[in-house]
Design a protein around this ligand. Structure first.
Ligand code: ADP
Ligand code: MG
Length: 831
């Protein structure tokens, strides 16, 4: 009875949604055409209603058992929250006609007559085992306008499947203006537009915001330095001034003419502020001032769009410090890394007199709709991962949003009454924005997409990637294929090696997959899985402003003197895991770790263990099993397998003042193609000078190679998460070849990378080569075998692995070895 009542109450709400009102039109089109594009304003009921309309009609026609609908979402949090919402609308528990499936969680629905919400990644995994998607009647790709890699690949694959499965229906749903392009891609399929029920929204741009808030930029004064540091200080001022001048010229060249044209219509102080280039930078101060201004006015919930989680934390902190916000304000963060949405509170209207303020990333743009928003504050920025195609370098930058983002974001304000959108950019800038952002496939280094193409058996990477709606650059595809060949995942013919098969099957970046497999083979699985989880998700260390030194000290303690960020992160995770449940939170707090992130990382490790077991690689998914961790304490070995996993991401290291007691020891990293690069300041390897070295920061003086997780262009070219190793790990696990040294006939040259060789005497080179061949055999055998590798280890395998481990350990532990035996690195580039 209660069920019926709440169903009817919900039905009333549903019937008023624009998508529901277009019921007949939509269902007719689905009947008529195999593919349909539905485009409609966010919040009009696409995600929640369309699947239900299809299912309900089938059930009314007594054909419900023929229907099973898969709805994909770009983000897990959207998939689970939609499933919960739809179950609620149907007055059901989850797991009857509605379920969901995201990476670490699954609630099955009944096998027929049901809707399942999943991430697009889950759909691709499904496609691997079930290439015809035979158990589904309808596939709905939602949020297609986001154009993430998975959705583009899914569209390309589905296009093929539709030719074979004429009974399968595909529905593409999108919030913005892409509808026509999508329809063209699917042979001009029909498009249904759903009008929103939006109220008018007033736009307030930066120039008006300055007028309203009387905000002026506070100039930070460079701190006075002691006299002996005066030179440095002076330099800083100079470089700052030079920088400022450059910014000033650029800024005024851009907005100058417009600013002059409105000069007479704006107060003089606003004019002056707008002339300062800093005003268009991301400005937390101004956001807080604006929030206070809004809070002093009419009631209504506020949604603030910020570029990332870091900024959300900073704004929350500043709000706290301002002393203005109190129990009359409910402040919520909203981003995709939240474990689960605090569903109810964030969607519910707060009590009278209390104002809800939501600080969100892009996720609130279209994925998650909160109805009672009246004010939107849009910082106009978005964090985008990018790719420098020429140099094949990933970038992560905060950039201006596109016009499409701006439009979507302002629309969030007029859901239940007329709203106001405050955009922290000038009306002039708003007009100059790009129409939309590039699709992710054109901004990615393509390693995982290429493996995905291989796993889905779509043929040559380049040809397959030509079939997506916006193909990536040929050059990028080529370098991804080359990278995968170098790390042993692909043969020269571009087919998957046995290692490649495993890597493609693991739902993680190929480096993380390789680390897991090697971790299992070499007996340091738990530590390897910890790092693999971080690479798949994120670093557990918090960034706390003003606590950088303390955080670095904690990290270094976790690194135990090893020059490796990966030792530090794995140790942090493992120590947290070994705490009792009760103590974990305080352990995390004391060590600047995020308890939430750690919880997810440990879940992810568990899942990775299960993946390895499913693949037949482990006999039990217990990552703490004794045999798999027989070498858990051997950091030399661990650093070596991290190098194996990250190869070919190698930089060469040059030491300065290595033997000096008085002078600072420092290192310089050089990449084969890019030349000098910097180690990111978050690394345990930075600040390698003065007393810190004597405290044992670096166990491996003179080691020649840095392997790195990511090379990223920020203000400079940075290596993020590095691990310093001697030469043997690369000779054992990298691409390897030996050639005659023409200059010194006694010696051989062994290649570390294409352009860097190591000179070594012939006898040693031969020994290493022989051992390498044996090692490759053992590893290939272990990877190919279907039975869990630990069940039987032949004596031969045992001896080979032990020898390799002993050599790596000996080299690492005896700092002088490398200097005596392998004399420096020679470099064909002459660098
Ligand atoms: P669309 O996919 O077109 O953006 P949705 O189907 O997600 O729209 O949402 C339609 C409406 O349902 C929203 O405007 C909102 O009012 C309501 N809604 C959606 N999800 C929830 C939820 N989790 N809690 C409460 N209301 C929700
Ligand atoms: Mg939606």
């Amino acid at each position: 009875m209660v069920g019926k009542l709440s169903y009817n109450k919900m039905l009333q709400f549903r019937e008023n949604l624009p998508a529901y009102k277009k019921k007949e039109n939509i269902l007719d089109n689905i009947d008529k055409s195999q593919v349909l594009v539905i485009s409609g304003e966010t919040g009009c009921g696409k995600s929640t209603q369309i699947p239900q309309l299809i299912l309900d009609r089938a059930m009314n026609n007594m054909t419900g058992a023929n229907v099973r609908i898969l709805v994909t979402q770009p983000r897990r949090i959207a998939a689970s929250s939609l499933a919960m919402r739809v179950a609620k609308e149907r007055a059901e528990m989850l797991g009857i006609s509605v379920g969901y499936s995201v990476r670490l969680e699954k609630v099955e629905s009944r096998p027929r007559g049901s809707i399942i919400f999943c991430t697009t990644g889950v759909l691709l995994t499904e496609l691997e085992v079930n290439q015809a998607l035979s158990n589904y009647s309808h596939i709905i790709l939602d949020e297609v306008h986001e154009r993430d890699t998975n959705v583009d690949l899914a569209m390309a694959v589905l296009k093929q499947i539709l030719k074979k499965r004429k009974d399968l229906k595909l529905i593409l749903m999108s919030a913005t203006l892409d509808a026509e392009a999508l329809s063209t891609y699917f042979d001009n399929c029909p498009v249904v537009f759903i009008e929103g029920l939006a109220y008018p929204v007033t736009d307030v741009y930066l120039e008006d915001i300055l007028k309203l808030t009387h905000y002026q930029i506070k100039k930070e004064v460079l701190k006075k330095h002691k006299m002996q540091k005066w030179k440095k200080f002076e330099k800083k001022v100079q470089s700052r001034e030079a920088n400022e001048l450059e910014q000033y010229i650029k800024h005024n060249a851009e907005i100058g003419p417009w600013l002059e044209s409105i000069k007479n219509n704006i107060p003089l102080d606003v004019y002056k502020t707008l002339k300062d280039p800093e005003i268009e930078a991301f400005n937390i101060d101004l956001i807080v001032v604006l929030l206070k201004y809004i809070c002093n006015g009419e009631p209504g919930a506020i949604l603030v769009f910020l570029p990332g989680i870091g900024e959300i934390t900073k704004v929350m902190r500043c709000m706290e410090l301002s002393g203005f916000f109190n129990e009359r304000h409910e402040i919520y963060p909203l981003h995709s890394k939240l474990a689960t949405l605090e569903q109810h509170k964030i969607f519910m209207r707060p009590p009278l007199g209390v104002r809800k303020i939501i600080l969100a990333t892009n996720i609130a743009e279209t994925s998650i709709t909160i109805d009672d928003i009246v004010y939107v504050v849009d910082c106009g920025r978005i964090k985008v991962s990018g790719l420098n195609v020429e140099q094949n370098i990933s970038t992560l930058k905060t950039e201006w949003v596109s016009k499409a983002n701006l439009h979507q974001r302002r629309g969030r304000a007029g859901r239940c009454q007329p709203g106001i959108c405050y955009s922290l950019l000038t009306s002039y800038r708003a007009q100059k924005l790009a129409d939309r952002l590039l699709p992710e496939l054109q901004r990615s280094n393509l390693l995982e997409p290429v493996l995905m193409v291989k796993k889905l058996r779509l043929g040559l990477a380049y040809t397959a990637l030509q079939t997506v709606p916006s193909p990536p650059a040929e050059k990028t595809v080529e370098s991804a294929v080359r990278h995968l060949q170098k790390c042993g995942a692909l043969y020269k013919t571009e087919t998957l090696t046995p290692l490649g098969w495993h890597l493609a099957r693991l739902p993680v970046h190929p480096a993380a997959g390789k680390l897991l497999l090697f971790g299992a083979l070499f007996g340091c699985l738990d530590r390897a899985a910890s790092v693999a989880a971080v690479w798949s998700y994120k670093d557990p260390f918090l960034f706390v402003m003003g606590k950088e030194f303390e955080i670095k000290a904690v990290k270094r303690r976790f690194a135990m003197g090893e020059p490796s960020d990966h030792v530090a992160m794995s140790e942090a995770i493992m120590q947290w895991e070994s705490c009792s449940y009760r103590d974990r939170r305080s352990f995390a707090y004391d060590h600047f770790l995020s308890n939430n992130t750690l919880e997810l990382l440990v879940d992810m490790k568990k899942q990775l263990g299960e993946n390895l077991t499913q693949m037949g690689f482990l006999s039990s998914s217990d990552l703490h099993a004794q045999w798999e961790n027989r070498n858990w304490n051997n950091m030399s070995l661990f650093k070596a397998i991290v190098a194996a996993a990250l190869y070919p991401n190698v930089a060469q290291v040059r030491w300065r003042n290595l033997k000096s007691v008085k002078k600072h020891t420092s290192i310089k990293a050089v990449c084969p193609v890019d030349g000098k690069v910097r180690i990111h300041k978050s690394s345990v390897m930075t600040c390698l000078h003065g007393t810190q070295r004597r405290e044992g920061i670096c166990n491996n003086p003179g080691a020649n190679w840095l392997v790195y997780w990511l090379k990223q262009r920020m203000s400079d070219l940075f290596l993020i998460d590095v691990n310093l190793v001697y030469t043997l790990p690369l000779l054992f696990f990298g691409e390897f070849s030996v050639k005659e040294d023409l200059e010194n006939p006694e010696d051989c040259l062994m290649s570390i990378t294409k352009t860097i060789n190591v000179r070594c005497n012939k006898n040693s080179a031969n020994t290493i080569l022989k051992l390498r061949i044996l090692l490759d055999k053992v590893l290939a055998n272990k990877v190919t075998k279907t039975c869990p590798h630990s069940v039987k280890q032949s004596q031969f395998e045992d001896v080979v692995l032990k020898t390799v481990i002993e050599l790596i350990t000996a080299e690492d532990e005896q700092a002088d070895y490398i200097e005596d035996d392998v004399s420096g690195a020679s470099d064909d580039n002459g660098r």
